[in-house]
Design a protein around this ligand. Structure first.
Ligand code: PMP
Length: 432
């Protein structure tokens, strides 16, 4: 049943003040601090299915799902059971296990471009390692990335990055040296002409393109027809490596990720979030001949004490098996369409210019007059309006992303009734 909340924030606010004494900004990852919408974050006690419960006893319909991983809902019994079974056998060995190959097989089966892979501990590690591999395998230095695309806090990629960096207005971080970022070329997303002229100028110096095949980190921005194809063709011609960062889109927009949805096969793919079933995990993988450059098969170094961790692989295998068996994607698509239409109708009824952009169960309501196809356009959105919408929805028991520049996610546990409740709330909040 859909909750309505009195929204007492007393304990959360005290917890936040205390956390600020110990951690920078009171959090362990910046997006959690609510910097883009003002106010103090809610502290969570537990989560179940589509719901979050905070320490003041408020209940929310969760539309961030841990920023992506919780596609089957929180605390899914099969994932919980798999972790419980694994934990009793020890939490880390620093030696190989059979389950690593079991997970690897499930992933290679699902994702078209992945023939071989490495398990790491986060999306950041995955993109960092993929870039190193692309450079090591090609012997070239330069990397193309797109503004508003976020690939974790890798030094060389923390240039015009989206997500919390963008929400807080610091697209370029102090501490990233000119030397580190000087080989990073930043282009506008969906701009094929810019990509072509970049290849014309730097062709044989380009190690790789890294991109989000559907951007989630400037809000949801789908690739325009021809954009991914152009990236593929230019890379193939010049010998550069095409990397799809599917940390967000992998197992989210489709079982095989965005690459299966759009029919474009990259050379390397990075994964995270869903693939670890809610435990820390990242993956990079791709063509066998490329992956065999990684040590100890090849010379490109990459390692990790906790990589392939038994708890993370237990959760990951349980999640992959669930997704395979239950294939939630048709249901998610149906509910996404229902929600998109409902949110759009609510904004229209309130007379607010807007765009609802989505691919599957990744979605953003932009307060913008025009479609948002690039970082420049994302920046023209009405961010104060988004902040008001965010807090209004929070008071109605709906937990949305705390920035115009983050996509919302939901799960197979979000019932049609919860979607309708969310749409009703949007009518009230936007109307006000
Ligand atoms: N790539 C993309 C597309 C992401 O969305 C994220 C995180 N939101 C990352 C990389 C980094 O992953 P992590 O936070 O696990 O390091």
């Amino acid at each position: 049943k859909a909750p309505t909340v009195p929204f007492n924030q007393e304990r959360s606010q005290a917890a936040f003040d205390r956390a600020c004494e110990f951690m920078p900004g009171g959090v362990n990852s910046p997006a959690r601090a609510f910097g883009a919408v003002g106010g103090k974050p809610l502290f969570i006690e537990r989560a179940d299915g589509p719901f979050l419960f905070d320490i003041d006893g408020n209940q929310f319909v969760d539309f961030i799902g841990s920023w992506g991983p919780m596609i089957m809902g929180h605390a899914h019994p099969k994932v919980v059971a798999a972790i419980q079974e694994a934990v009793a056998k020890g939490t880390s060995y620093g030696a190989p296990t059979e389950r690593e190959s079991q997970l690897a097989e499930l992933i290679t089966e699902a994702v078209p471009s992945i023939e071989k892979l490495r398990l790491v501990n986060s999306g950041t590690e995955a993109t960092m390692s993929a870039i190193r591999l692309a450079r090591g395998a090609t012997g070239r230095d330069k990397v193309i990335k797109f503004s508003g695309n976020y690939h974790g806090h890798v030094d060389s990629l923390l240039v015009s990055a989206g997500s919390a960096a963008a929400s807080l207005g610091v697209p370029d971080s102090p501490g990233v040296t000119k030397g580190t970022s000087s080989d990073t070329i930043v282009l506008e997303y969906n701009d094929v002409a810019a990509l072509q002229s970049c290849f014309a100028e730097y062709g044989d110096q380009l190690a790789c393109i890294i991109l989000e095949p559907v951007v989630g980190n400037m809000g949801c921005v789908p690739p325009q027809p021809g954009f991914l194809q152009a990236a593929r063709e230019l890379c193939t011609k010049s010998g550069a490596v095409l990397i799809f960062d599917e940390v967000m889109t992998g197992f989210r927009v489709a079982w095989g990720g965005a690459q299966s949805l759009y029919g474009i096969t990259p050379d390397l793919t990075t994964l995270g979030k869903i693939v670890g079933g809610g435990l820390p995990m990242g993956v990079y993988g791709g063509r066998k001949d490329l992956m065999d450059h990684v040590m100890p098969a090849g010379k490109v170094y990459q390692a990790g004490t906790l990589s392939g961790n038994p708890l993370a692989t237990a959760a990951g295998v349980a999640m992959m098996q669930l997704l395979k068996e239950e294939s939630p994607y048709a249901y998610l698509e149906q509910q996404a369409e229902r929600l998109a239409q409902g949110l759009s109708a609510a904004a229209t009824a309130a007379g607010l210019p807007h765009q609802v952009q989505r691919v599957g169960s990744m979605m953003t309501l932009f307060f913008s007059e025009q479609p948002v196809l690039s970082w420049t356009q994302a920046n023209e959105c009405h961010r104060e309006r988004y902040a008001e919408y965010f807090w209004g929805m929070m008071r109605a028991g709906i937990y949305l992303p705390c920035s115009q520049f983050e996509a919302l996610f939901f799960s197979s546990m979000h019932t049609p009734e919860l979607m309708d409740h969310t749409i009703d709330a949007a009518h009230t909040v936007l109307g006000a």
